[in-house]
Design a protein around this ligand. Structure first.
Ligand SMILES: Nc1nc2c(c(=O)[nH]1)N[C@H]1C(S)=C(S)[C@@H](COP(=O)(O)OP(=O)(O)OC[C@H]3O[C@@H](n4cnc5c(N)ncnc54)[C@H](O)[C@@H]3O)O[C@H]1N2
Ligand code: MOO
Length: 404
């Protein structure tokens, strides 16, 4: 079971999905979550013939007959019930958002008319019948499905849900996770480290990624004491359906985790993937069904494993397709080891609209400062060692690429 290939490891992770929780959430808390109901139009969109410009409303047939000056019969603000014009040879002043009066059909904006006393005169030669009106049901009909169960909710979906009166939505969410750091050298971020210590940091990047995937998280730290670790872990497995460990999975004399996990009866699905970074990644399922991701401690390794595997696990569990993103290398890379190489890259869009990847090789999986100049990982396959400029490879983002 040693050293499986990347795609096999990914498939194993994806084939052990969690069962999502179903919750009613306030609309403002739904962005990024998966909709668990169809949303249908409760009225036509728009619900009435909506005026789209401030100006006057006329009957086009009068203009067609040659009439250019119209006596003003009434002034109608938005938010008033529909008016019926008494004399269709007259006009009404009307505001954006108002209902088109019965008997009129065309709006001319204030910029194209002049008003003296109680008469409006049209100053342009050409107007189109029914211009500046957003007609009832033009966009969607009553009962039309506006949003389908299973989509990921973003900003545009908030408008739609609000418009049909949904103050709360039924959404799918992943189970809460605990991120567990291990290692005697790690101190809390509030502390000033001694010369031999470092602050715990990689777990905060992993936490932010998990939050982006809709997973709520808690943090826990364990020192390198096998008995205490075993006891802590047994309790945490009972509480959390998703356990994300970092560190302690390699060959060191104090890398107790693989042993402890085995002693706790966790079924190991793999330990060690033919990849860089993240080689000692360990994955398994506890007897109670909790999923255990034991990520290598090096911060770039844990960050990569969360970006690639945990993201794919969440998408597979929520039945959301992971978007396939291809990027073009803009710098040659030579990487002889027969490992899948996840290389940090910054992404740009060239003059042809193609995503181009500028690799930042950095100083290995401890060089987490290098992540700040990158947008994600380009995946360079294990079978090759020379990757040429212009070649296209898969890419896993850890930022929103299109956010400016
Ligand atoms: N003899 C071997 N040694 C190592 C191998 C190997 O195959 N044979 N693999 C190396 C690789 S690759 C990796 S990756 C690391 C992973 O080791 P562990 O998962 O056991 O992680 P640790 O040893 O606990 O930590 C590694 C490194 O990362 C720092 N760390 C850990 N947690 C955090 C955190 N939350 N924030 C910041 N930094 C963290 C830790 O201090 C270590 O420097 O093993 C290699 N060794
Ligand atoms: O796999 Mo380790 O993550 O190369 O440093």
């Amino acid at each position: 079971m040693e050293f499986i290939q990347f795609t096999e490891a990914l498939n194993i992770v994806k084939s052990h999905p969690f069962v999502p929780l179903v919750e009613q959430r306030e609309l403002k808390d739904c962005v990024g979550l998966i909709l668990n109901e169809d949303l249908k139009a409760d009225r036509p969109f728009p619900p009435f013939d909506r005026v789209t410009m401030d100006g006057i409303a006329i009957a086009f047939s009068e203009f067609e007959k040659g009439q250019h000056s119209f006596k003003i019969e009434k002034t109608i603000p938005a938010g008033t019930p529909q008016y019926t014009v008494k004399n269709a040879a007259k006009c009404v002043q009307i505001m954006t958002g108002a209902m088109m009066p019965i008997g009129l059909d065309t709006v001319i904006r204030y910029e194209d008319i002049s008003i003296t006393d109680d008469t409006a005169t049209i100053n342009i030669e050409t107007i189109k019948p029914q211009q500046n009106v957003h007609f009832k049901g033009m966009d969607k009909q009553l009962g039309d499905t506006l949003l389908k169960k299973g989509i990921r909710l973003g900003a545009p979906e908030m408008n739609i849900a609000a418009a049909i009166g949904k103050a709360e939505l039924s959404v799918l969410i992943p189970p809460k996770a605990v991120i567990i750091t291990t290692g005697d050298e790690l101190v809390p971020i509030e502390s000033t480290p001694e010369a031999h210590q470092i602050r715990r940091s990689g777990n905060y990047g992993v936490q932010a990624l998990l939050n982006q995937y809709g997973i709520e998280t808690s943090m826990h730290h364990m020192n390198d004491n096998k008995a205490v670790m075993k006891e802590d872990l047994a309790a945490l497995i009972k509480t959390y359906q998703c356990i994300v460990l970092s560190g302690g999975v390699s060959q060191g004399k104090f890398d107790y985790l693989p042993e402890i996990l085995e002693e706790l009866g966790v079924q190991k699905h793999f330990h060690k993937v033919n990849q860089r970074p993240g080689k000692p990644f360990w994955f398994g399922i506890a007897p109670n069904g909790s999923t255990i991701f034991a990520l290598p401690g090096n911060p770039v390794s844990s960050f990569m494993c969360a970006s690639v595997y945990i993201q794919a696990w969440v998408n597979a569990s929520l039945k959301v397709e992971s978007k396939s993103i291809k990027v073009k290398l803009n710098k040659e890379v030579n990487f002889p080891p027969p490992l899948t190489y996840f290389l940090e890259c910054a992404i740009d869009i060239d003059e042809n609209g193609t995503l181009t990847a500028s690799p930042f090789i950095g100083h290995g999986s401890g060089d987490f400062a290098n992540l700040a100049v990158a947008d994600g990982f380009v995946i360079l396959p294990a079978e090759k060692s020379d990757f040429k400029v212009g070649e296209v490879y898969d890419f896993v983002p850890f930022r929103n690429l299109f956010k400016s």
